[in-house]
Ligand binder design. Structure first.
Ligand code: ADP
Ligand code: MG
Length: 445
């Protein structure tokens, strides 16, 4: 295709979808190859690619058709130079070229957390309805909206679904997603670098929707509490939406200043309860369907009755079951379900030292080396995996974990962020982690 034709295509597409959408998304498309019946286009990353494919596929096909007088099939690829590049600085999970809306917040945990795949039942319907109302930009009567529940019951799922829906449907609205932990970290950095005014300005003036998760982290941190208090106050007065989550009711979080507690509790406070039997079954069947696997009534019933902890465990049990069936070439029946679930029922407690031992053994480094100042990759990579396991398998705080490795809390946090980026961008790291996770669980659970 001549450059001129490609130019015409771009113009026509821009006209078709409007210049905002074009600038934000489609301007990132590049022509890679033009074949007799097929056009190969590239985008800078998978996220942009998915989005374009989902939203603009038809527009692209039609524009080509109008321009060239015949139908072309379209293939999208991630451009190679970008595919290989791994990001180094943390908070850019959804790094969207051309948008500044995430620059300061953390990325949403998971783009797959949507309203569509959230199973609603009596335990969570109020939380669901209020998150949906907020994302539809109804007049802001739920401000702040505060979700609380114990682990693994859907706070992050819902707040991400809400934030993402607003983000994608309202190009002009700035959505910030962060955690109390990251907010604290950023604030400390800003203080250190004499940039606290910038920091304040950013949160108070530059966001339209602010999500802060895991507020319980602020316990005893008076400075951050004060900053968050003024941030919330300013935002709410300006009628900007605030959404908060925590593991308990704001009034029951210890070591939190009274004014902050009442500020946080002044909108709508909703708790998410553990799911009832029916909801659990729906989640199991839905998860099966998502993986294209039919789970029988009998097996669903067994899993729903056996897993009592939370939805996270429920979903992992289903995934594990499907994985086992496919690995062993067996069908998913009650016998396999019983075997699979053994590990979930008898969870043993593991601590940081178990993890250090395990990681040392597998990476052939000594626990001393893990705790040393060494930054060589042969040591820092196992150390990152160890942090990751500590987060996953223990209830320890980052500060606690840090102590075992002679690190402070923000150093652990940074390493974890880097590791999570590597996990998303590097298949090798993902595969290695899956392998290690399996070994670890075989050893300890
Ligand atoms: P929390 O933030 O409360 O600890 P998450 O939002 O991380 O919990 O949820 C844990 C897991 O359970 C996630 O995989 C999430 O998708 C899933 N989950 C939670 N609630 C539901 C639901 N109602 N329907 C489907 N999946 C759910
Ligand atoms: Mg969460």
């Amino acid at each position: 295709m001549e450059p001129k034709l490609w130019n015409q295509f771009e113009k026509a597409l821009k006209k078709r979808v409007g210049s905002v959408s074009y600038q934000r998304w489609l301007s990132q498309l590049k022509l890679q190859k033009f074949l007799p019946h097929k056009v190969i286009l590239t985008c800078p990353n998978k996220f942009v690619l998915d989005w374009i494919r989902l939203k603009y596929y038809k527009d692209i096909i039609t524009t080509f058709k109008l321009l060239m007088g015949k139908e072309f099939s379209i293939e999208f690829l991630v451009s190679e130079s970008n595919d290989k590049k791994t990001e180094t600085s943390p908070p850019r999970q959804l790094s969207l070229p051309g948008t500044e809306r995430y620059l300061t917040g953390l990325p949403f945990v998971n783009r797959e957390y949507t309203f569509n795949n959230f199973v609603v039942g009596p335990s969570n319907h109020l939380a669901y309805a209020s998150a949906l109302a907020v994302s539809e930009r109804k007049p802001r009567i739920y401000n702040p909206l505060f979700f609380y529940s114990s682990e693994g019951l859907g706070k992050t799922h819902l707040s991400s679904a809400m934030g993402q829906k607003i983000f994608y449907e309202n190009p002009d609205i700035k959505v910030f997603y962060t955690t109390a932990e990251w907010f604290t970290h950023e604030m400390i950095q800003a203080l250190r670098k004499n940039r606290i005014l910038e920091f304040k300005e950013k949160y108070r003036r530059q966001c339209d929707v602010l999500v802060i998760e895991d507020i319980q982290f602020l316990q005893g941190k008076e400075k951050t509490q004060e900053e968050i208090f003024y941030t919330l106050d300013t935002l709410i007065q300006m009628d900007k939406q605030v959404v908060l989550t925590a593991n308990s009711n704001p009034r029951e979080i210890n070591n939190l200043k009274e004014n902050l507690k009442s500020r946080m509790g002044s909108g709508l406070v909703v708790d998410i309860k553990p799911p009832d039997y029916e909801t659990k079954k729906n989640i199991i069947l839905r998860k099966g369907a998502e993986e294209n696997v039919k789970i029988s009534e009998e097996v669903a019933d067994y899993i729903a009755r056996t897993i009592k902890s939370n939805i996270r465990d429920l979903k992992s049990a289903v995934i594990q079951l499907i994985a086992n069936a496919s690995l062993l070439g067996e069908k998913i029946d009650l016998k396999l379900a019983k075997e699979t679930l053994k590990g979930f029922v008898q969870k043993r407690m593991v601590d940081v030292t178990d993890i250090q031992k395990f990681i040392s053994h597998h990476f052939k480094v000594t626990p001393d080396q893990l705790q040393s100042r060494s930054r060589s990759r042969a040591i820092s990579y196992p150390r990152q995996v160890a942090y990751y396991f500590c987060r996953k398998y223990t209830d320890r705080t980052l500060t606690d974990i840090g102590k075992y490795f002679n690190r402070n809390h923000s150093s652990v946090l940074r390493a974890l962020n880097n590791f999570e980026i590597a996990l998303r961008t590097n298949r090798g790291v993902r595969d290695a982690l899956n392998y290690l996770t399996q070994k670890f669980e075989e050893t300890y659970f």
